[in-house]
Structure formats: C-alpha cells, structure tokens
Write a protein that binds this ligand. Structure first.
Ligand code: FAD
Length: 507
C-alpha cells in the first residue's frame, strides 16, 4: 500500500487555503472543535505562519522566492521582488501581478472580449498572500438581500481578516487626499458612503511595523492549535467523491510523490477560487445549469495624479510596503447614484516621466475606479471535454463579453475618475487607462447563491450546493450580485454564514 501523509477519514475536507477556505476552518475550530478538519492546498507553503502575506517577509530575496513559488507552473522570470502596484499603469493586455499566474490558454473565444488578464495563485493562503487588503463593505445594489444579517456577518468577517480603517488613516498626506476628494464628491451621499479611509486588512505592531493580513490571520491561533485540524500543502484535490446525492470524500494527489489517495469526509467545502471551484465540481460530475455561469469581473479604469501643493512627507519605511505609508488608501464608496468603487492609493513612482523637481514622497497617487459588470448567464467558465490543465482537470474555457451597458459604464467611469483626479492635483496620464478584462482579479458569480434551485444558482444562502448533501462552495464565486467593491470581505462574510450552518449540522 502507498504510504499517505493524509488522514483516512475526516469530518470536513476543505479544498483551498485562501481566506474563504480559512474562514471555514476558523469558524469550525471555534464552533465545532470536536470535528476533524483537513485543508488541502494545491500550492506550497511559502510563508510563516502558513498563509501569511509575503509582504511581511523582510528579506527581499526570500520575498521574491515566495512570490515565484506561488505562481504555479509559470513562475515569472524576474529575480527581484516586485510590489503588486509596480505594473499599475502598464498598458498590457495580459497584465500579471507578482504571486499570480495567468490562465495559459482558453481565456478568449473568437469574437468575444474574454478575460485576457485572468489569473490565479497557487500557494498556502491563495491570492491573499499577495493582495492589497482593501476590505470595503458593499453598498446599494452590491448588497445581497437574500442573506439574513449581512451586516453582522461583515463585522465577523472584519474580525477574521483583522480589518481596520484606522491604521493608515493618519498617514501624513491621507487627510488632505480625503478632504479634496470629499469636497468634490460627498454632496448627496449618505454619511456612511462618503469619502473615507479604506478599511484595510493590516495592523501595526507595538514597534510600529505594518503587518498585512493573509489567511494566517483568518486561520488564527484557535485553528493552528486545534488538534483536529491539519493543513496539507502541495495536495491537489482532483475529485469530490459523490454517492447517492451526498459527498463521501475527496481524491487528493500528493504532488510530492505523485500518488493519489482517497480521504473519506462527510462534508466537503470547495474554496478553490472562482475559476477552479466550478472546475472541480464539474470534474466531480456536478452538472447544475448555473455552474460556471454569471462569471463577472470588475471593469476598471486607472489614472495617476500628482497632488498639488502638499508638504514633503517623511520618506517611507520600505518595511511598511512603502506604497501606503504617506498618503494611505482612500475610499470613494459605491452608491447606486455613483455606481463605481473608487480607490486612491499612493504610487511608489510616477507612471510617466515628470519634468522639474522630483515629486515629494507620497505625492503621486493612483486612482482606480471599478465598475459592476452587467451580469449575463452567457459569461461563463466552461470546461473542455478533451483537453486538460496541468493537474489533469478539465481545461478552462472563458466566454466573456462586455455589453453595451458595460461600455456605457466604462465611459461614465472615465469621466468620474477625471473629475476626482482634477480635485486632487495635476493629472499625469493623458487620459484614463482601461485595464484589460480580468485585471481586477475579482472574479465572481460562478457558483452563485440563490433563494431557490431554479437553474440560476448553484447553492443556497448558506452556500450548500443544490442537490448534493454535504457539499459547500466558498469564495468570490458565491457572490450573486454585481459588485464593484473588492469582494474578499463579502466572500468571507458568506463563508462565515456557511461555516456556521455546517457547524450546526455537525453538532
Ligand atoms: P484564493 O485566495 O484564490 O485561494 C484559492 C486556493 O485554492 C489557492 O491557493 C489554490 O491553489 C487552491 N486550489 C485551487 N484548486 C485546488 C484544488 N483542486 N486542490 C487544492 N487546492 C486548490 N481582494 C480584495 O478584496 N481586496 C484587495 O485589495 C485585493 N487586492 C488584491 C491584490 C492582488 C495583487 C491580488 C493577487 C489579489 C487581490 N485581491 C483583493 C483578491 C483576493 O486576494 C481574493 O479575492 C481572495 O484571495 C479570494 O479568496 P479565496 O479563498 O476565494 O481564493
């Protein structure tokens, strides 16, 4: 018999160790400590504790290594570490961020827009080992009316992710950025949707360092010290085993040996991101009509500005991740009247050459305005019957088209971002740059929740997959609404609701 490092049987198998999978492990550790839990993660552990943000790795060489090891079979060639914002204004169709790898093929079908910048991460902690940590709450039509107690769930998600709006709120130039934006944009907005500091998943240590949250914070000590919990990296789940309409376990390939093992489980949570979660369900024989459909990414425009008439701020401490130290991150919330999510953050350097004196530290800021996609069932990730990916799972085929309404929204977003930019200072780019579809890295809808099994959803409001007992899905794919704001906080809130329901079932 082939030796296995996995348990033969657990109560709950979780696929994927990003913040959504980690939220299930955390809530179950708190509310069902007797339950045995195994998290299977395709990628390697690249940071300590497992899932920690790579930006917290002080040594630049080690940080670069952690980024490269997160990039699956296609690590970037650059040896030096890069900040996620280095490519902020790159005018490239296939924009790719450190720690992520692009979908190698199938990202566009003939005659469609496709998702040229569709990307994934494969490492303990998933994309949240590389993210910016912006955690705004959804507003207006972004909200999910079918989820009871959404605000309390969002509060719980903030606890799990360690979110604070205060940590960078008093950065030297942040108040001025907010004051200028607010004067231009706050009129007519409800108080809680006015310009404000971005809630961020970051904390400051007693010695003043910034520490960015990754899945390590979501897991928390309660999970790490749970004797019934195990995290298995370099372990790809190739199938969820089903019998008589219920899960009975998973097949896991140990990438360190190549051997496949079955692990019995009465509950399985698939939290493998919005592209790979429906892929695994499809590979396992789940055939719900909405599976992979309603795929949506947030069309995004960006523009750089040099803040006018600001005092020189102190040099940034590179250990803080530099980018946010002087002007912080400001948030222009989505409302139904202003249907864009605006994010304004410091850039390390100007995206265009600047004449005259070098800019004061923190005085170059990038504006990013995100739109909500016009949802269509035809926008979808489909699965090839004949071709496979590097793990032998059905190859992903993206069908994706921007509608006339999407183009109208993008036009309006370009106008809105120029107005905001002029309020701040001197606009550096000749005109706003529209990022390629997929560049937001916020893919949603592919395993969306709904009130009933009517063919337009994959799971119920507690993330239980229709018609398969014991099977949950988690992550941004569960979000059924068209959001423009960064979705991770919402996805973690929905995972909390799902995990609580599962804990009650296990009890
Ligand atoms: P992921 O974090 O993607 O984790 C999924 C995991 O599943 C991966 O580790 C993967 O290897 C694993 N997996 C997949 N298939 C299998 C399988 N078959 N078997 C085993 N394991 C599998 N979001 C925000 O809300 N705010 C931000 O400011 C923000 N900034 C970002 C900046 C950057 C540069 C990046 C890269 C992302 C950013 N995001 C941001 C997106 C955010 O990181 C994701 O929304 C979040 O990580 C999604 O969590 P998840 O758990 O659903 O999936």
């Amino acid at each position: 018999m082939v030796h296995s490092r996995y348990p033969r049987c657990v109560d709950v198998a979780i696929v994927g160790s990003g913040p959504a999978g980690a939220a299930y492990a955390r809530i179950l550790s708190e509310q069902a400590p007797h339950a045995t839990i195994a998290v299977f993660e395709a990628g390697p552990v690249v940071s300590d504790p497992p899932g920690a943000h790579v930006r917290n790795i002080a040594d630049p060489v080690q940080r670069a290594r952690a980024q490269r090891r997160s990039e699956g079979p296609w690590p970037h060639t650059a040896a030096s570490p890069a900040d996620p914002l280095d490519d902020y204004a790159a005018d490239r169709e296939r924009l790719v961020r450190p720690g992520t790898f692009l979908l190698p093929d199938g990202w566009r079908q003939p005659g469609e827009d496709g998702l040229p910048a569709a990307a994934m991460s494969s490492n303990a902690g998933g994309m949240a080992a590389h993210w910016t940590g912006a955690c705004p709450r959804p507003g207006g039509s972004e909200r999910i009316p079918l989820v009871p107690g959404l605000d309390r769930l969002l509060t719980e998600a903030e606890r799990l992710l360690g979110v604070s709006a205060k940590v960078l709120a008093d950065a030297p130039l942040a108040g001025e950025v907010r004051a200028r934006l607010g004067a231009a944009l706050d009129a007519g907005r409800p108080e809680d949707r006015r310009v404000q500091p971005m809630p961020l998943a970051v904390r400051r240590t007693a010695d003043g360092r910034l520490v960015w949250s990754g899945s390590d914070v979501v897991f928390g000590e309660v999970t790490r010290t749970n004797p019934n919990f195990g995290l298995f990296d370099e372990s790809v789940v190739t199938q969820v085993l089903l019998r008589d309409g219920a899960v009975r376990g998973v097949t896991v390939r140990d990438l360190t040996t190549g051997a496949e093992h079955e692990v019995a489980a009465s509950s399985v949570v698939v939290a493998a991101d919005s592209l790979r979660t429906p892929q695994l369900l499809h590979a396992s024989g789940v055939r719900l009509p909405a599976l992979g459909r309603y795929l949506n990414d947030q069309p995004q425009v960006v523009l750089a500005v040099r803040l006018r008439d600001v005092p020189a701020a102190p040099e940034a401490d590179p250990a803080d991740g530099g980018i946010t130290a002087q002007s912080g991150v400001s948030w222009v919330p989505f409302t139904d009247d202003h249907p864009f999510h605006g994010q304004v953050m410091q850039l390390d350097a100007s995206p265009v050459p600047i004449e005259g004196d070098p800019p004061a530290p923190g005085s170059i800021v990038g504006l990013g305005w995100f739109c909500a996609k016009d949802l269509q069932a035809g926008d979808r990730v489909a699965f090839s019957d004949t071709e496979t990916d590097h793990h032998g799972l059905p190859a992903l085929r993206i069908h994706y088209t921007l509608t006339a309404r999407d183009h109208d929204n993008l036009r309006a977003a370009r106008e809105a971002i120029v107005e905001a930019a002029h309020a701040l200072g001197d606009v550096l780019d000749p005109e706003p740059l529209t990022f390629p579809p997929g560049a937001s890295l916020h893919y949603q809808g592919t395993v969306r929740m709904g009130p009933a099994d009517d063919g337009t959803s994959v799971c119920d409001p507690a993330s239980r997959v229709w018609g398969v007992r014991g099977l949950h899905v988690a992550g941004n794919g569960v979000i059924p609404t068209a959001t423009a704001c960064n979705p991770t906080l919402t996805a973690v809130a929905l995972a909390v609701a799902g995990a609580r329901a599962l804990a009650a079932d296990l009890a």
